[in-house]
Design a protein around this ligand. Structure first.
Ligand SMILES: Cc1cc2nc3c(=O)[nH]c(=O)nc-3n(C[C@H](O)[C@H](O)[C@H](O)COP(=O)(O)OP(=O)(O)OC[C@H]3O[C@@H](n4cnc5c(N)ncnc54)[C@H](O)[C@@H]3O)c2cc1C
Length: 416
């Protein structure tokens, strides 16, 4: 069924009992042309673009949990393309352009809201660094505006502009940045991929990779072996564990990142605002809750439960930026597993195992990348070589030293 105002009206007339399942369950075949491991945003987008852009519909997506249960449904929903380095900026801008038409393309409303993303600066040197990044963006044809303090006051009046330690001096605004309802992205891609013939299997974990003569031949699951010509890994926080099944050691550490939502409030803040004097960012969901987050927990874990120290740190930074937050009650918080690379940039590439492809290392910025990641990974799998946009996202870069260190933080994944 195509979603439209007419299908909505028809369903309303019969008490919304006629909606079909958004995607189907299929009996698994013994063999597929491509298996994508991981039914998060990136895996499902990859399956969709394999079918749509490359006419490869004999595709199986294997998800060990349920669709939307991974980081794609755990993040704080921010999309943007405010990068500086030439390896990153065109890739993230391609993603933002895909977001702009995605609801129409997938026939699924994922509430893309280009409400703006503003990074605050609090010192002259930070202003200069932001001006440099804004100029690099504009040279790539991407929107960027450097605001002075009065510009920020108009945009987000509730900030503490005269904070004794961190007075706000201005901010770098990307007006086309914003938010997208995160789990709807997984549902939209799953439904659209299903309509093109892709099979999606939930609660089906990949427990091993079948490798014969240096070439991948399929995967092992609790339901038995499934063969494939090509296998793509898109398992986000589990990347290093699944890659180990192929004997590949990755320069990735797994850390936790916590997200927070407050009680619902009347309109409080229009866009996304990030603090420049600590790691804190804030937006408001359409339901009224403040959605915010901050830094990693700083130790390795697969638990998906953040620690108290980081909760304290995030709330302290939040109140320093917006003192009115001290009166707001928290509703809930949760954490996701971050596959942190040593330079903070992702990996989309071929691997030493023939026909095994790798997508990972998204750190805590992979949600905004979902469309471009799927687009480029599908190309890499179909063609057997990278798309020009992901040419630099290799694993060799960590050996050769051609790292893409956007933050200049060095090989310290907890600082990226
Ligand atoms: C709190 C938080 C806030 C964030 N905020 C932002 C943000 O504002 N903007 C942004 O751009 N990014 C953000 N991120 C990062 C972003 O969510 C991730 O980088 C991105 O979602 C990862 O890609 P994915 O959607 O494919 O991951 P996932 O949804 O995690 O998909 C991977 C899937 O692989 C499955 N899997 C793992 N192992 C196996 C196996 N062996 N067999 C089968 N399936 C397997 C998992 O169950 C999972 O469903 C945030 C993350 C968190 C946790």
């Amino acid at each position: 069924m195509r979603y439209s105002v007419f299908s909505l009206a028809r369903a309303a007339l019969n008490g919304h009992k006629s909606w079909p399942q958004a995607w189907r369950d299929h009996a698994l075949r013994d063999r597929y042309r491509v298996i994508v491991v991981g039914g998060g945003g990136h895996g499902l987008a990859t399956a969709y673009y394999l079918a749509k852009n490359h006419n490869i519909t004999d595709v199986l997506v294997l998800e060990r949990g349920y669709i939307g249960g991974g980081n794609v449904g755990r993040n704080t929903t921010i999309i943007r393309s405010n990068y500086m380095l030439p390896a990153n900026e065109p890739f993230y801008e391609h993603s933002l352009k895909l977001w702009e038409g995605l609801a129409q393309d997938l026939n699924f409303n994922m509430m893309v809201s280009q409400r703006g993303v503003l990074n605050l600066y609090h010192s002259d040197s930070q202003r200069d660094a932001f001006a440099r990044r804004g100029n690099a963006m504009r040279l790539c044809g991407v929107d960027a505006e450097l605001l002075d303090v009065d510009g920020v006051r108009k945009y987000a009046p509730l900030l503490d502009f005269d904070n004794a330690r961190f007075p706000v001096q201005g901010g770098l605004l990307q007006p086309r940045g914003g938010t997208v309802r995160h789990d709807a992205v997984a549902w939209g891609y799953a439904r659209a991929a299903d309509r093109l013939g892709v099979h999606i299997a939930q609660t089906c974990e990949v427990t091993g990779l079948v490798i014969e003569g240096g070439r991948v031949a399929g995967v092992e699951t609790p339901h038995g072996r499934i063969l494939a010509d090509k296998v793509g890994l898109a398992v986000a926080g589990n990347t290093s564990l699944v890659a180990q099944m192929a004997g590949i050691e990755l320069p990735i550490e797994t850390h936790l990142l916590t997200a927070f939502v407050s009680e619902g409030l009347k309109p409080f803040i229009d866009g996304v605002v990030t603090f420049g004097a600590g790691h804190f960012y804030l937006s408001q969901s359409d339901k009224g809750g403040l959605v915010f987050g901050g830094d990693l927990d700083g130790y390795n874990s697969y638990s998906q439960r953040g620690g108290l120290a980081e909760i304290d740190h995030v709330l302290t930074a939040g109140i320093a930026m917006v003192p009115a937050m001290s009166r707001v009650r928290m509703l809930r918080h949760w954490a996701g597993r971050m596959d942190m690379t040593m330079d903070g940039s992702p990996i989309i590439c071929t691997t030493p195992v023939e026909n095994l492809f790798l997508n990972g290392g998204w750190c805590y910025g992979g949600f905004k990348a979902t469309p471009a990641s799927g687009w480029c990974f599908a190309h890499t799998i179909a063609a057997g070589e990278p798309h020009p946009l992901n040419r630099d996202f290799t694993i060799e870069r960590f050996r050769t030293g051609r790292v893409i260190d956007e933050k200049g933080a060095g090989p310290r994944p907890w600082l990226q």
